[in-house]
Design a protein around this ligand. Structure first.
Ligand SMILES: [Zn+2]
Length: 151
């Protein structure tokens, strides 16, 4: 009876000794692994976020290039009623109508990928030269601070 109790006590001490210095995981080791996993997760998340930003930026710029191309067709088809010269849309309103026109955009109006509710129109600035050149037209991403810029 007394011998059994001594044996049990010795086992308990032995287990505690292995836990601190042997093959088991100490608190510091676990903490180190958790910190490393957290760092990997954060770095992975950041690169996914950057990838999304880059692909959105490219998609937005592709939209702006497509709008520029469609504007060339608009220019061919439309003439100023007074001067009878070819013309781009003269105002943002006229540009919005052009963007919404199935004659130019078969799949519907183009939207910035960051404009999730698709409520905003690309903004438009027309500063005509004579004769007009594509550089007279500046189209800007409608989502503020998106970094998508103008062209
Ligand atoms: Zn954009």
């Amino acid at each position: 009876m007394a011998g059994a109790m001594v044996t049990a006590g010795a086992n308990r001490r032995g287990t505690a000794g292995r836990g601190q210095g042997g093959p088991g995981w100490t608190f510091v080791e676990l903490l180190t692994v958790m910190v490393l996993v957290a760092v990997v997760v954060v770095i992975g998340g950041l690169s996914v976020y950057r990838g999304q930003r880059t692909s959105e930026q490219l998609a937005c710029q592709a939209n702006m290039r497509a709008i520029h191309s469609a504007l060339q067709i608009y220019w061919e088809k439309n003439r100023d009623p007074v001067t009878n010269e070819h013309t781009y849309p003269k105002t943002q309103d006229a540009f919005d109508q052009f963007l919404a026109s199935p004659a130019y955009f078969v799949d519907g109006e183009l939207h910035c990928p960051q404009d999730t509710d698709r409520s905003r129109h690309y903004t438009y600035q027309y500063t005509p030269h004579t004769p007009p050149v594509p550089g007279d037209v500046v189209i800007t991403c409608p989502v503020p601070d998106s970094g998508h810029g103008s062209m």
